[in-house]
Design a protein around this ligand. Structure first.
Ligand code: NAD
Length: 510
């Protein structure tokens, strides 16, 4: 960590949501401190970005080793800051290591200059090459304090950038540990600035080449306004309200198990959690029964291997209680759950299944970000698709249908960044698949080769095949200028549709 972090006057105290115990404190860094950190990162970027891709990848393998060597303290800290069962914390570390491994394997290919045809420009050779931005800023949320930064850090670093990251104020100690892990590269590749929104805004307004933001759509709007001043490009990974569609002939047992897994894991605090399920009449009763049976098996509590931990943010159980009460007030039925569990701790909320919901209810439109699963019976597939798309968000989706053809046909009509057929959530676990949303779920892509090039400036280069031939630009003001009529006819000859039109253009008949 930079020594700058110790000079700030205010502190953030990070607590364990399971029992309110203090995990640690970090300073709130001021805007000047953030700017100094970014300036220091430019020094790292200059040496790191000049390395051969192979050397950068070797250095990232040292980061991977540091991550697995320090897995226990990182997982324990992550679990303490979020209240997640320790098992889930290790899943994040495994996901991070998987992403690092992918990056090391594909970066050379992803960044290889790409030759392109030169079209009308004769005697040239042209290609596209990828250059780092220099310093990339990252602002991250609290729900996957390691998994989400690892969707950005290895990718941006492999592309040749140094990174300045602002972790969520709810999980800053995990953020610092991530920075330390990247020090194993032998470079101060990831500098961590701690603080709240003001610190984040200072990072947006600093001398970064690009910003990667993962968080809520509301914060994204403020960030875009701040980024506009410097025209800083951004990649935005925002909230979701992912639909699942289950049709008559689907494997209802698997659909129900997936819905329960994708809605309740991480206590529903997952951007691509299933937050709305649309079921056609022939599958509805069986699906609801299977969901209830599956939900009854969930073990909720503060244990290391429990399924369902607490809400990370204070006040969330009360907010969810309101969401459920509001839905019930409008006619929804609570089949199970619906209440906080103060007997387990301050921040626990029961896994909740709602039916008789209608599309306009807040529980069907706003991001719930909690363990609440609303199930709606629809007339037919047509209505399911229409309602699935009738939402501001478009992150991911899930389809269980009678057969592959039906599932693909449905998925192709969903306005979402991703689609999981016969499953839910899994797409984001495939490092080679670009991840991101449409509409209010954001833009730009993380992961995949796209996720490496996302952190590159595209440079288009053209050179002469025959350097002795006079350059084309030099001929602009020399020699005779062609007759405009000749150019008009040339346009018709070259770009007219069909032989007749071209001949007419040549003869001046058009
Ligand atoms: P948030 O938007 O409240 O905060 C995210 C980060 O932005 C935090 O680090 C916060 O300090 C910072 N921030 C707040 N105000 C800022 C400002 N004005 N300028 C700069 N930075 C500022 O989100 P959250 O509550 O931490 O996370 C939950 C949200 O994140 C949900 O909406 C969830 O869906 C979304 N999310 C999206 C993805 C994805 O990949 N699409 C993944 C995880 C979470």
């Amino acid at each position: 960590m930079s020594a700058l972090a110790t000079v700030s006057e205010r502190e953030i105290r990070s607590f364990d949501p399971r029992d309110g115990s203090l995990v640690g404190t970090v300073p709130v860094m001021t805007p000047p401190e953030v700017h100094e950190t970014v300036a220091a990162a430019h020094g790292t970027a200059a040496t790191w970005g000049a390395l051969d891709v192979r050397d950068r990848c070797h250095a990232l393998l040292r980061v991977r080793q540091a991550l697995v060597d320090r897995a226990r303290p990182i997982a324990e800290t992550l679990s303490a800051e979020t209240g997640k069962p320790l098992t889930d914390a290790y899943f994040e570390i495994l996901a991070g290591a998987t992403l690092l491994t992918y990056v090391v394997r594909v970066t050379r290919r992803a960044l290889r200059p790409r030759r392109v045809p030169t079209g009308p420009i004769w005697g040239k050779r042209a290609w596209v090459e990828y250059a780092p931005y220099g310093v990339v800023g990252m602002i991250s949320p609290w729900n996957y304090p390691l998994g989400i930064p690892f969707q950005v850090l290895p990718f941006a670093a492999a592309a040749g950038n140094a990174i300045v990251m602002k972790p969520s104020e709810l999980t800053p100690i995990t953020g610092r540990l991530i920075g330390e892990v990247f020090d194993a590269s032998g470079h101060e590749l990831v500098r961590v600035v701690t603080g709240e929104g003001e610190t984040g805004e200072a990072l947006v307004r600093s001398d970064i080449g690009k910003l990667a933001f993962t968080g809520s759509a509301a914060t994204a709007r403020r960030i875009l306004a701040a980024a506009a001043d410097n025209l800083t490009p951004v990649v935005m990974e925002l909230g979701g309200k992912d639909p699942m569609i289950v049709t008559d002939g689907a494997d209802v047992a698997n659909a129900a198990r997936s819905a329960v897994g994708a809605t309740f894991s991480n206590a529903g605090q997952t951007c691509m959690a299933v937050e709305r399920v649309f079921v056609t009449p022939g599958a509805y009763d069986r699906f609801v029964d299977a969901v209830l049976a599956e939900t009854a098996r969930i073990r909720q509590g503060p244990g290391a291997v429990d399924h369902l931990g607490p809400m990370i943010q204070a006040g969330q159980p009360e907010r969810l209680e309101w969401v459920v009460r509001d839905a019930v007030g409008q006619g929804a039925r609570v089949l199970t759950g619906g209440r906080p569990r103060p007997d387990l701790g301050e921040s626990y909320f029961e896994p909740t299944v709602l039916t008789d919901v209608t599309p306009a209810m807040p529980v069907m439109q706003d991001e719930t970000f909690g363990p609440v699963l609303p199930v709606m019976k629809v007339r037919d597939v047509e209505e399911a698709v229409q309602l699935a798309n009738d939402c501001d968000y478009g992150l991911s989706s899930s389809v269980f249908a009678a057969d592959r053809a039906e599932a693909r046909a449905i998925a192709s009509r969903l306005v979402t960044g991703g689609a999981n057929l016969d499953d839910a959530l899994v797409g984001s676990g495939i490092p080679a698949l670009p991840f991101g949303g449409v509409k209010d779920s954001g833009f730009g892509r993380l992961q995949g080769e796209e996720g490496i090039r996302e952190f590159c400036r595209v440079r288009s280069v053209v050179e002469s095949r025959f350097p002795r031939i006079p350059p084309l630009a030099a001929s602009m003001f020399t020699g005779n200028r062609p007759d405009p009529e000749l150019l008009r006819r040339a346009a018709g000859v070259l770009f007219g549709t069909g032989v007749r039109n071209r001949v007419d253009a040549l003869l001046g008949r058009r």
